[in-house]
Structure formats: C-alpha cells, structure tokens
Design a protein around this ligand. Sequence first.
Ligand code: NAD
Ligand code: UD1
Length: 340
Amino acid sequence: MTILVTGGAGYIGSHTVLALLERGEDVVVVDNLSNASAESLRRVAALTGKAATFCQGDIRDIACLNALFSQHPITRVIHFAGLKAVGESTRKPLEYYQNNVAGTLVLLEAMRQADVRQLIFSSSATVYGADSPVPYRETMPTGGTSSPYGSSKFMVEQILQDFARANAHFAIIALRYFNPVGAHPSGRIGEDPLGIPNNLLPYIAQVAVGKREKLGVFGADFPTRDGTGVRDYIHVMDVAAGHLAAMDHLPQISAFEAYNLGAGVGYTVLEMVNAFEQASGVKIPYQILPRRDGDLAAFWADVHRAKQQLGWQVTRDIHQMMQDLWRWQKNNPHGYAVGE
Ligand code: NAD
Ligand code: UD1
C-alpha cells in the first residue's frame, strides 16, 4: 500500500513525508517544485534512511497522475499541492484557482479513474471567514472568505463534499490547519519561503540571522491582551502527526469530514517575539506598523473533534516551536539554497 503525497517537497509536505517514512509507509511524491526544492526530500531520506519516490510533475497534468497511479500500488492520497500566499492570491487569482481548485479537480478525476478512494486535503482556518466567533468549531458555517486563496480552500471543500456525497465509497478528510510553524528538531528540514516572508515566524527568524533589519508588527490596536493579533500556532511535526492520525481514521469515514488542526490556544505577536527571544537568546527589533489588510484580531481552534475522533492533539509547546525554528534557521540561513 503506497501513499501519494502531492506537494510533498514543500514545508508541511516534507515533514509529513518524514513521519510517514519513519512509520514504514511507502511514499510517492509529486511536486512541480514551484515553491520547493528537491533538497528537502534528499534530507528527509538522509534523516530516515528511506527514500520517497519523487516525481517532478504538476497535479494539473492528468497524464502525469495517471502514470503514477498505474505505476504504483497507491491506495491513499495526501494532497498538499497548491499555492498559499494570501497577498499574492489577490494579485494572481487565476493562478490560485487553477492550481488549487482546477488542480484538485484533475486529481479527483485521476483518483476516480484509478479507483483510489481515500483522500486527505490541506484546508485552512481561513475557511471560517471573517465573521465566525472564536474558537472556531467544525460545525460552524464556512465561507465569507476574504481572499482568492481563502476562497479556493472553501471551494475545494465544497467540491470534496459534493463529490463524496455522490461517491459514497470515497472517504475524504479536510484538515483545517491553524498556523503551522517550527521545523523538524534535527534542524535539517524546515520552512524556506521565497523572497520576503509573508508569515510571522519566518520573518522573525530572518531578522534573527540578520537577513532582515526589523520586524514590522501589523497593528497594536486590536482588542487583544497587548493590542497585537492573536493566532493559534501549531508545531509542524504536530501537523504531520495529525495527518497520520487522520489517515488511520479514513476507513471509519463515509463521505467527508473536516477537522481543525490547532493547539486550541492563542498567542499575540509580541508574545511570539518574546518566546523566540527566549529560545534563541537573540533580540528581535520591531516596529509597530498599521494593520495589514484583511487581518483578523484573534482566532484559535476548538480542538475537541480531532481529539475525540482522531485521538490526536498537539504535544509540542511554543518553546519547542521556537527552539526548532531557530535551529533550522541558524543552521540554514539561506534555506535549502546552500546544500550541506
Ligand atoms: P508549500 O508551498 O511549502 O508546499 C506546497 C507544495 O506544493 C510546494 O512544494 C509546491 O512546489 C507544490 N505545488 C504547488 N502547486 C503545484 C502543482 N500545481 N502541482 C504540483 N505541485 C505543486 O506550502 P505548505 O506550507 O507546505 O502548505 C501545504 C498545503 O497546506 C497548501 O495547500 C497550503 O495552502 C495549506 N496550508 C498551509 C498553511 C501554512 O501556514 N503553511 C496553513 C493552512 C493551509
Ligand atoms: C496567514 C493567512 C492565512 C493563512 C495563514 C497560514 C493572511 C491575511 N492570512 O494567516 O490565510 O492560512 O497565513 O499560512 O495573510 N504579523 C506581523 N508581522 C509580520 C507578519 C505577520 O505582525 O511580518 C502578524 C499578523 O498580523 C498576524 C500574525 O502575525 O496577527 C500571524 O500572521 P501570519 O503568520 O501571516 O499568519 P495569519 O495572518 O494568521
């Protein structure tokens, strides 16, 4: 039994591939390397002593997917592939809908043709939209998303539900990630953003190694403990473990189910800066800037459903997130660009 991992060379994908290989699973990765380096998978192989089969290809290319399904005994798919930068999605909506929505349609078609019936999809807390009360629960309505990226995740969830309803022998889980951060504790694999990081922790880490002068804090006038935004940060290895738990649960799912993957607690931007400084011993200069368009004051996950049904919960706290992030960034100041 082989697992196909789309987008498996990327940040969350590579950590999940590592967890799968450590558990003894056979893994095939398809990734077009639009936002990743094959070096991540070489390091995963060095860490685990096992290699995933890698195919550089695009999920929008049905011939590529058909070939993978016919060459390997694939029974399950974990689908990470897609574009993920919120700001960019407002400038390039077609690219986002093509990769995220049309790409998923091609993948579903190839799965149907190959009679592969089990799928885990990377969704996001963004599907709860701007008006949901916190904590976010899976029973809440979704939609009201504020970017093409968010809308693409919402649309794919709708498509998956409709598809699963029409094909009851399919089992599909959408995992709604909150804010994945950190790196594998080896410091060998981690997040390697292209250009200026959009997200908080990669930005802080690049300030710490001197690649950026100071952090801009987007707003200090939110109705939160210290005025800065509150988010539910989750260690990427806990996210990876969530995929293994979801995979084990697939046989008990009929049709479609969604689960939050979060820690269930929120931290402010300044609390995260402070935690990083403690873990690294490096001072992070920052400046308060105006709010970023579209940012919400505070959100975090209700994590009961994942705990009860998947038997999963986070096991790593923010200090581990920071220590592991710092080890990765310190050892790889240029990400994967400079191989070791
Ligand atoms: P990432 O960019 O590191 O990984 C995505 C991978 O998909 C990359 O390796 C990229 O090269 C590949 N890819 C993109 N389009 C492709 C295509 N058409 N065909 C084949 N490969 C393609 O991002 P990540 O942080 O690892 O995120 C993985 C998934 O989780 C994404 O779907 C993302 O939207 C979702 N997600 C991420 C976060 C987060 O904070 N990182 C939060 C919520 C949801
Ligand atoms: C962002 C996306 C969200 C996506 C998530 C995970 C936006 C509006 N939302 O969430 O859709 O699912 O990433 O990839 O982009 N911050 C700063 N300075 C920075 C960067 C961030 O102060 O340089 C603050 C933000 O205002 C926010 C917090 O840090 O309060 C976290 O930001 P970020 O890491 O970008 O994640 P989200 O905005 O939660």
